[in-house]
Design a protein around this ligand. Sequence first.
Ligand code: MGD
Ligand code: MGD
Ligand code: MO
Length: 727
Amino acid sequence: MKVASGGGFRAIHYTFKKAREAGGLLKLYRAMRSRNACKTCALGMGGQKGGMVNEKGTFPEVCKKSLQAMVADMQPAIPPDFWSSHSIDELKSFSPRQLESLGRLNQPLRYRQGSRYYEPVNWEEAIEDIVNKLDRVEANRSFFYFSGRSSNEAGFLLQLFARLFGTNNVNNCSYYCHQASGVGLQSSIGTGTATIVLEDLEKSDCVFLIGGNPASNHPRLMTSLMHVRRRGGKVIVINPVRETGLVKFRIPSDPLSLIFGTKIATHYIQPDIGGDLALLWGIAKSLQQLDAMDHDFLESYCQDSERWADQVRDFSWSEIEEKSGVPRSSIEEIAKIYAKSERAVFAWTMGITHHAHGVQNVQAISNLALCRGMVGRAGCGLMPIRGHSNVQGIGSVGVTPKLKKEIFQALENHHSLKLPTADGLDTLACMESADRSEMQVGFFLGGNLYGSNPDSEFAAASLSKLKMCVMLNTTLNTGHFHGLAEETYVLPVLARDEEPAPTTQESMFNFVRLSDGGPRRLQGPRSEISLIAAFGSKVKETSTKVDWRSMRNPEEIRRWIASVVPGYSSIAEIGKSKEEFHIAGRTLHRPDFATDSGKARLHCHSLPELKGKQRCQFRLMTVRSEGQFNTVVYEEEDLYRNQDGRDVILMHPADMNEISLRHNQKVMVTSDTGKMSNIRVREFGNIKRGNVLMYYPEANVLVSRKADPASRTPAFKGVVIQINAQN
Ligand SMILES: Nc1nc2c(c(=O)[nH]1)N[C@H]1C(S)=C(S)[C@@H](COP(=O)(O)OP(=O)(O)OC[C@H]3O[C@@H](n4cnc5c(=O)[nH]c(N)nc54)[C@H](O)[C@@H]3O)O[C@H]1N2
Ligand SMILES: Nc1nc2c(c(=O)[nH]1)N[C@H]1C(S)=C(S)[C@@H](COP(=O)(O)OP(=O)(O)OC[C@H]3O[C@@H](n4cnc5c(=O)[nH]c(N)nc54)[C@H](O)[C@@H]3O)O[C@H]1N2
Ligand SMILES: [Mo]
């Protein structure tokens, strides 16, 4: 059946289905309502108000992904005899979905080169072996990668361990995600996160939603967009794909919306993949022609605005139209709406950051907001829609190659520590260094570095050159079977809602939540914090530098965070007071910019040529389906795009016609990095001509390692491919 709206009864029906898998509705409901921050996206749910409650206190805010993540954690353990009966080669052929549904990890596993199997080992042996290896490696030949799922406390502790061990090779999944937002915003307004809180979004009269699919990836944002529409506000979507749920969505917690559906987009603009930069400059040009700039604001609070205005004038409409793929009339139409808006919010996701010019995209969004004075007031501002539930917190507490000056100084001065000063490497640089055999050890807190990396063949080759790789995970993923190091350890950890003591997370609105933790579901896994503290106390280089025993207590880690991380002082008391808080100095309700000059800066750019314009070439985006969370696939189907499997490439029917392809025909897809065969080509009228869509992580075979020089983020959405029929 063709799906014509997002959300709705299907989402409710799904809840009951998942409840059966979890052992009953009441059990699942209790788990979902426990006082823990939601495990999926960074919109921010749960915490002390209880699960399924957002930052405005609205209940019930349910999303399918959070149910899936919860039910996955409620799975029984993988049986101990599994490992002797399934070889690594066999498990390599398992799909991400098969691996996730094998169950929870509950005992440490070890693989040694030459063997065909993982072997379960006991905790003491695993830790001793790993410590022995760490004691023999030069610190700068190790690197630490963090996903954004772990707590602030675990993140802080492991980066501290890495620095005391002697390396700044500390980075998180953000380099493959929102790094361009952080770098772009920092260069423009002096802070790298959202300038607004959730209430502001609902007060705005115009929301730009650029390069994201929140209907599927941040479903609870849809409630806010519905409120904007109901109050007469405009929602302008900029996306090469007409995403079903952005056109119409049925919000499960709203009876009227549930039955009749809510129209979300008032305007839908379809640029070519990578065409946003030209489009954003085009909107500015149109504003200039309408004389709709806020000259007073530009004069008082911004710098470089004259140079910027000159450049706006200099771009020709023909260049803008050609490089954006959007006709001038459509650009002028949305510029007029923006010109009338009094409180506009600009929100964006991976369609903006996953490009070789991602930072420029973000700067251009910021330019557009600044030129009408939309930053530094309530009800309007800039809003990168973050990915992982605690990716922002992990970054705040120091999981970055270079520590913020304040953190570095406070650790050295107040805590009398000596920290390394050599430049640390970003994620891709670590992978490239491993490929040159310069790295010997990888240590990963969560995530799936193999699966999330561009150029899968390279990723496997590079990781397999390591002498040792240690991965702390809850469930299995492809990274546990591809690119195995000479010695590989998989260490099972507890999920957030199983932690023995409360931990904290930071939402994309800079709000710090307290998760209570809860009873463990399985014997075997250890808490991330206790495990990191155990390594800290045993590794020679780190053992005497900190009292690691006290660091087993998250209260003590929070005292450290409070004393070193800017804006985080309230975290010291949160365990007792239970008072969740907004981080000081982040929300910008006044135009006080934390740049050196105190003013926001407008940036100038040249417009990149649209890629893939030769005959038989197409621009490919690699995106998420409705049934997955990053490299974890819960369901093979993509409900909203009406696909029953993931081995597909979605293409406009007119493009198919032009190169004589039939619906469902098997094709080979080739890029300059790799090729995939036996892919089914599917008619998909919702995508703009010349552009095609495939699913991540499988399509990482095709994605090149060329990255944005400013953010080091690969162009996961900017791949040029060719398609050839196979039969
Ligand atoms: N259900 C679910 N939720 C998730 C995740 C998940 O995997 N599943 N992952 C989490 C994470 S870590 C993240 S970062 C976010 C990701 O959230 P999104 O950014 O929404 O995720 P993507 O699937 O990468 O989708 C990108 C969207 O950008 C559009 N797009 C592609 N190229 C371009 C372009 O050049 N220009 C424009 N304007 N648009 C383009 C695509 O059509 C698609 O709608 O979601 C988080 N939430
Ligand atoms: N081609 C392409 N590549 C991409 C993207 C894309 O759009 N296209 N998106 C990029 C983006 S935005 C991101 S964020 C990255 C994602 O990169 P990662 O964050 O590295 O990957 P995930 O798939 O989210 O990691 C999933 C694993 O985390 C573990 N896990 C879950 N919960 C916990 C926990 O509480 N503790 C611990 N220790 N482990 C846990 C589970 O074992 C699970 O298998 O991928 C990037 N790669
Ligand atoms: Mo992400």
